[in-house]
Write a protein that binds this ligand. Structure first.
Ligand SMILES: Nc1ncnc2c1ncn2[C@@H]1O[C@H](COP(=O)(O)OP(=O)(O)OP(=O)(O)O)[C@@H](O)[C@H]1O
Ligand SMILES: [Mg+2]
Length: 386
């Protein structure tokens, strides 16, 4: 398996998911949906030949290498632009909502022209142009489509548990900030249940961070009841309730009746301060939230639900404090790669590997999942050329 393929492949997967969710979320933005949709279509066309391109690059095909370099640059620029768009769109949406709530005329459609940055549409057109160029230049390279099924290492991750990573790198500030949201006095003075949402791209370390917090001594001392649920793609209220109840009572729970389960959970949470982590939440409908949260209303002041998600527009009925997780610092990413490849904190004791190691770490762009997977692949390789 080619090294570049892992993170470019997962990065593409992430971009595709992001674009798909944006096409849904911004369907009412005049013009935007069409442009986003076009980018999504072209991304899929490129994605289909990525594996073959990576193989040909490894075989020394310079034209393919140049093409892949352009693909990589475009992928990163697209992500930056989408991030920029989401921030601006959220601001515009807020502005529109507050003006309609003050009696303004409700508009059905929002458009680019409302975005603060006048250059945004130009930038998106430019990105679309680059996509077209890359798709056009693909033809003479004779790349084959879908030669490898990459779903096994992008989508099929193991379900998470509450246990922390044995070796954890960085994230001191993130941990302190979220800790404050969870147990800070000022933040919890007059609230019963509130929700902290940890948001970030796939593989950036949301779950790992939530695990650290869940096992933090201050957290375990502060909450009388704690529960961890790996939600993943299906938000099943019955299953989630069952898992939370099971982890609180420490007994397996086979009941399939939601009413009985919720009543039991309610009894167990009554006047207790609790923390529940819902890991890897994708999409939740409003009615599913209302149903899930019913038994939680009886908990003591300061009770919390943490959700980790890639989707920053999850519907939620309670006040949510959103915390965005960014990539790891270069040093921490290098340490992670060194740990998984060599069981060392850095490359100092391994001069033969230092140069290549640091270059590979740089290519991980701060993504812990990439550092861990590449480190694992390089483990036990004794020849630096490999
Ligand atoms: N700071 C860290 N120190 C050590 N390992 C980490 C760190 N952050 C993440 N990891 C490891 O990197 C991998 C990816 O991280 P994680 O699963 O937390 O990402 P995620 O953001 O939850 O991804 P997804 O959106 O796919 O759920 C995991 O194996 C995790 O244990
Ligand atoms: Mg996760």
């Amino acid at each position: 398996m080619a090294i570049g393929e892992i993170f470019l492949g997962s990065f593409f997967q992430f971009l595709l998911e992001k674009l798909a969710s944006m096409v849904l979320n911004y369907a009412q933005w005049e013009g935007t949906d069409t442009l986003l949709h076009k980018c999504e279509e072209m991304l899929k066309i490129i994605n289909a030949v990525l594996d073959d391109a990576e193989d040909k690059q490894l075989d020394g095909d310079h034209r393919v290498k140049q093409w892949l370099d352009n693909v990589r640059d475009l992928a990163y620029d697209t992500k930056d632009l989408l991030d920029e768009f989401e921030i601006e769109a959220a601001q515009v949406k807020l502005g529109v909502e507050s003006s309609t709530s003050k009696g303004g005329v409700k508009r059905k459609f929002l458009s680019f022209s409302q975005l603060h940055s006048p250059t945004f549409e130009t930038k998106l057109q430019e990105i679309k142009g680059r996509f077209e160029d890359i798709v056009n230049k693909k033809a003479p390279l004779s790349l084959r489509e879908n030669v490898v099924d990459r779903s096994h290492y992008t989508n099929k991750r193991l379900p998470s548990t509450s246990l922390s990573e044995p070796q954890f790198f960085g994230r001191e500030k993130e941990e302190a900030d979220i800790l404050k949201l969870l147990i800070g006095e000022a933040e919890n003075v007059d609230r019963t249940l509130s929700i902290v949402s940890i948001i970030g791209m796939g593989g950036v370390g949301k779950t790992a961070l939530a695990q650290r917090l869940y096992n933090n001594d201050k957290v375990s001392n502060c909450f009388e009841r704690r529960a961890w649920v790996c939600v993943s793609d299906v938000f099943d209220v019955l299953d989630i309730t069952k898992t939370i109840l099971g982890s609180i009572t420490k007994e397996p729970c086979k009941d399939k009746d939601l009413d009985r389960l919720q009543s039991k959970l309610k009894d167990n949470l009554s006047r207790k301060k609790f923390l529940a982590v819902l890991d890897d939440v994708w999409n939740v409908k409003y009615e599913e939230w209302t149903s899930l949260l019913k038994p939680f209303e009886v908990g003591a002041k300061g009770s919390k639900i943490i959700i980790t998600t890639r989707n920053n527009s999850i519907v939620c009925i309670k006040r949510v404090s959103s915390y965005f997780v960014n990539v790891l610092s270069k040093d921490n990413c290098t340490s992670m790669l060194a740990y998984h490849a060599l069981r060392a904190r850095n490359f100092e004791g391994h001069p033969n590997f230092e140069k290549a190691g640091k270059r590979i770490a740089e290519k991980c762009k701060g993504l812990p999942l990439a550092a861990k997977m590449l480190g694992g692949l390089l483990h036990n390789r004794e020849n630096p050329k490999e």
